[in-house]
Design a protein around this ligand. Sequence first.
Ligand code: NAD
Ligand code: TYD
Length: 353
Amino acid sequence: MTILVTGGAGFIGSNFVIDWLAHHDEAVVNLDLLTYAGNVDNLASLEGDARHHFVRGDIGDSALVARLLAEHGVRAVLNFAAESHVDRSIEGPGAFIQTNIVGTFNLLEAVRGYWSGLDDEARAAFRFLHVSTDEVYGSLSSDAPAFDEQHRYEPNSPYSASKAASDHLVRAYHHTYGLPVLTTNCSNNYGPYHFPEKLIPLVIHNALAGKPLPIYGDGQQIRDWLYVTDHCSAIRRVLAAGKLGETYNVGGCNEKANIDVVRTLCAILDELRPRADGASYATQMSFVKDRPGHDRRYAIDAGKLERELGWRPAETFETGIRKTVAWYLDNQQWVHNITSGHYREWVERQYAQ
Ligand code: NAD
Ligand code: TYD
């Protein structure tokens, strides 16, 4: 049997593919467009592994998806592919509409065509798992209970609105066509292979480079952080045992204000890689203009996933963040390849027509 993972060269997708192959012998077809966020270096540890088959392509290319599904006899599709950075969605929302909404629609159409042609047994066993975000629920006031699956959708950024639209399409394909879908809505992830323009890797990178650590607004915005391999284990669990048509919130019960995350990173770096002048990295913290429409607080109630499927995260924020800093210190070349432009140049050469 084979699964099709989309976006498997991105941050969470690549962690998922590595995690999957460490737990299963089932092969993975990895379909990724290699946008600025996709990086085959993330998959270097799988080189020579016959169970991993990488294809550069677009989830919006229905003919390609249909061919891959049929050729590999795929029994489940896991959709990680997306434009994912809120700041970029404010700068230029078009790509978000294209990939997250139109792309997901085209993917669903290809999957529906394939699935409806399967025999009864294979049709019943088939799964389409859609990876989504807690940001579709909007922003919480400081004393409001965490988001559960009943919380109404109130997306506030072009990114979260496009993810919300994709969630609705996935839901509709279940209700209308009976496609066996599952949706996960997860809080902010962190860990290895996180693209260095997101808060945690950006702060580590800038700290080591002696640059300012930009904190938007007053730094009191709260995110609920989950170590990426805990997200991967939640997805494996939902795929294996989730109820069709249901959504599952995934989170770590780790609500932290941004400024505290930055302070924690500085303290760990002070310990593991002290600055030559003996000063703390915290002296590089710099308050900058706030993000337009910045959501104040996200928090996830993952109680349903724990009660119904027995999932719990393995990492606390303290253990996960320490592992993350250590990973970045050990993998400076990975960061350098991205930030220096080497990686983009390689993609252009490798995939030149
Ligand atoms: P990412 O930006 O690091 O990776 C996205 C990947 O998708 C990249 O490899 C990119 O090349 C690929 N891609 C983009 N457009 C494509 C297309 N049209 N066809 C095929 N591939 C395409 O994102 P991420 O942080 O790994 O997020 C993965 C998924 O998880 C997204 O759907 C995101 O909404 C969701 N999510 C992310 C977080 C988080 O904290 N990062 C939290 C919850 C949910
Ligand atoms: P980010 O990593 O972009 O994730 P998201 O917007 O999806 O939550 O940002 C996490 C939080 O950190 C968010 O509240 C914005 C804030 N932030 C900064 O304060 N400075 C920065 O340079 C970045 C990139 C983010």
